[in-house]
Design a protein around this ligand. Structure first.
Ligand SMILES: [Zn+2]
Length: 487
C-alpha cells in the first residue's frame, strides 16, 4: 500500500498558515496604523483645532457641545456676574445679562449669532472642567455638565462710571491698564440690551446703515478723525527731525492761509508767541499747520506705520484699521490738515488708548486683553491669561518727553479740569471736524493718570458731536479717574 504522503499537504498547510499569519499581521498593522492615525488626529484636534472648530460660527456642531454643557458664566474682575445661563425646571435655558446694556459691546450677545466675549470666549464657556467623577455620573444620567466660567479684567465700577458719564451721547470710552494691557472698561453708545436682542433682531438688521448700527462697537470699530489728539504724533515727528526743537517759536494770529483753505485756531483764538510746548498745551492749529509744512512726509508716514496705522490691532474684539494716507506728493493743504489731525486720517478709540498706554508705559505697548482667567464652576482655575508685550512703539526718552507735553495740557492748557487732583494726570484734547459742516465736531480726550498707591490707568473718550474736547470729553475722563483713585 502506498503510504499516503502527508508532506505536500503539510507543506500546503504550512504555506496557508504563513499566508494567514501574514494577512493577520497586515491587518493588525493596518488596524494599529489606522488607530494611531485616528488617535493622532484626535489629539491634534483636541490640542490645536478644537478651539477654532467650536468658535467657528459656521460650525453647526456648536449645538452638539451645547447639548452636553450648560454655558458658563462671564464675570467682572470684581466678582459681578455679567452673563449667566438660567436653567428652567423644564430644562429650558435662558442667557441672562444682569446689567443689560451696560456691558453690551464688551460682553456681547449670544442669540442670532454671537459677539464680544460670548464670541471669542465661546470655547471656554462650552467646555467643562467639572470634576471627572461628576462628569462620568452626569454622562450615565444623561445630564449636562456645568461649563467653565470666564473671569474678565473688566471692573464693574469703572464700567458703570464710564457708562453713566457718557450719558445719552453717542461715542465710546476705553480704559486700559498701561503696564499690563488689561481692558478695565469699554463702553460704546448707542447700545442694546442683550436680554432682548432676539425680539429686536429684525428691526436691528433692517437698519443697513452700518455707521448707525447699535451693534457696532465704536470703541474698536468706530473710525473717527483724531483732531488735535493727533498732535501727539505730529510733535513726535517734529522732535525726531529737529534735535533743537526747544528753539521752536511761532506767533499765532488765529489763522494761517494755505493754497485752498485757511486753518484757524479753535473758536478763533489768537495764541500769540509760542514755543513747541505751549503750541501743544493750547492745541494751536496754526502753529501745528506751520510745523506740518516742514515735516518729511515719508518719515511721518513711517512713524504712523510703526504705531499701527493701517495695521491689525492685537486685540480679540473685531476692529477697523486706522488710516494715515499722507504721500510724498501730497499738497500743502493735505499736509497741514494731516498735521492737525484732520484730512484723511482716521483712528479708532481703542487704537488711541493703546498709543496713550504705550506713552504711559515707557514706550512699550502691552497687548490689550479682557479674559483674565477661566475656572471651573467650583472656582478652580483652568487657565490664566498673562500680560504680554506687543513691542516698543516709542523709545523711553520719547515716551517721557511726550508725557511732559501731555502734563502741560493739564497744568496750563486745554485739560485744566484735571489739574489739582489727588492724582497726576496728563493727556491731550481734540475737537475733530468730521464733515464739510465745520460747525460740528467730535470731542476727544486721551490721557492717563497715576498715584503711587494705585498705579496708572489710561482713558480715551470720544463724544460724537460733543463740541470741544475740554468741555465735553475731559469731564467724562475725570469721572473715570476720580472713581478709580477713590476705589
Ligand atoms: Zn493758535
Amino acid at each position: 500500500m502506498k503510504k499516503p504522503s502527508t508532506e505536500p499537504r503539510s507543506r500546503i498547510s504550512t504555506n496557508t498558515k504563513k499566508k494567514k499569519n501574514r494577512e493577520f499581521v497586515v491587518i493588525t498593522y493596518l488596524f494599529v496604523g489606522m488607530f494611531m492615525l485616528m488617535m493622532g488626529y484626535f489629539a491634534y484636534f483636541q490640542i490645536f483645532r478644537s478651539e477654532d472648530f467650536i468658535n467657528s460660527p459656521y460650525n453647526t456642531r456648536q449645538n452638539t457641545f451645547a447639548e452636553h454643557v450648560v454655558r458658563g458664566e462671564i464675570r467682572s474682575a470684581d466678582g459681578k456676574t455679567l452673563a449667566q445661563t438660567i436653567v428652567g425646571e423644564d430644562g429650558s435655558e435662558t442667557r441672562y445679562y444682569p446689567y443689560g446694556s451696560m456691558f453690551a459691546h464688551a460682553v456681547g450677545y449670544d442669540s442670532n449669532g454671537k459677539s464680544g466675549i460670548e464670541s471669542f470666549g465661546n470655547f471656554s464657556l462650552l467646555r467643562s472642567h467639572a470634576f471627572f467623577l461628576e462628569q462620568v455620573f452626569h454622562g450615565i444620567q444623561d445630564q449636562k455638565n456645568q461649563g467653565d466660567n470666564i473671569v474678565t479684567t473688566l471692573n464693574y465700577d469703572l464700567q458703570e462710571t464710564a457708562y453713566q458719564a457718557l450719558g445719552e451721547n453717542r461715542g465710546a470710552v476705553v480704559v486700559l491698564e498701561p503696564d499690563t494691557g488689561k481692558i478695565l472698561a469699554m463702553v460704546s453708545k448707542p447700545d442694546f440690551d442683550p436680554n432682548t436682542i432676539e425680539a429686536q433682531w429684525d428691526s436691528i438688521i433692517s437698519n443697513t446703515d452700518s455707521e448707525n448700527s447699535i451693534l457696532v462697537n465704536r470703541a474698536t470699530q468706530g473710525l473717527y478723525p483724531p483732531g488735535s489728539t493727533f498732535k501727539i504724533l505730529t510733535t513726535l515727528e517734529y522732535i525726531r527731525e529737529n534735535s533743537n526743537y526747544q528753539n521752536y517759536s511761532y506767533e499765532c494770529t488765529g489763522s494761517i492761509a494755505m493754497e485752498n483753505t485757511e486753518i484757524h485756531c479753535y473758536n478763533h483764538a489768537v495764541h500769540g508767541m509760542e514755543n513747541l510746548e505751549t503750541s501743544f498745551a493750547k492745541s494751536c492749529n496754526t502753529s501745528y499747520a506751520n510745523i506740518g509744512l516742514g515735516l518729511d512726509k515719508k518719515a511721518f508716514w513711517q512713524l504712523c506705520d510703526s504705531v499701527l496705522f493701517g495695521k491689525d490691532l492685537p486685540i480679540s474684539y473685531p476692529f477697523n484699521k486706522s488710516s494715515f494716507v499722507l504721500k510724498e506728493n501730497s499738497n500743502t493743504d493735505e499736509v497741514t490738515q494731516t498735521a492737525i489731525g484732520q484730512g484723511e486720517t482716521l483712528v479708532t478709540p481703542m487704537h488711541m488708548a493703546m498709543l496713550t498706554s504705550a506713552i504711559a508705559n515707557k514706550g512699550i505697548l502691552m497687548r490689550p486683553y479682557v479674559i483674565d482667567h477661566t475656572e471651573n464652576y467650583k472656582g478652580v482655575t483652568v487657565k490664566n491669561y498673562r500680560a504680554s508685550q506687543y513691542g516698543s512703539l516709542f523709545t523711553q526718552e520719547e515716551a517721557a518727553k511726550l508725557g511732559e507735553f501731555m502734563s502741560l495740557v493739564v497744568s496750563e492748557g486745554t485739560g485744566s479740569k484735571l489739574s489739582g487732583q489727588s492724582y497726576q494726570a496728563a493727556g491731550k484734547t481734540g475737537s475733530a471736524e468730521f464733515s464739510s459742516n465745520k460747525s460740528e465736531s467730535h470731542a476727544w480726550f486721551t490721557g492717563y493718570a497715576s498715584t503711587e498707591e494705585k498705579g496708572t490707568i489710561a482713558v480715551t473718550v470720544i463724544v460724537e458731536k460733543g463740541g470741544s474736547g475740554s468741555e465735553a470729553a475731559v469731564p467724562i475722563a475725570k469721572q473715570v479717574f476720580d472713581r478709580f483713585f477713590t476705589m
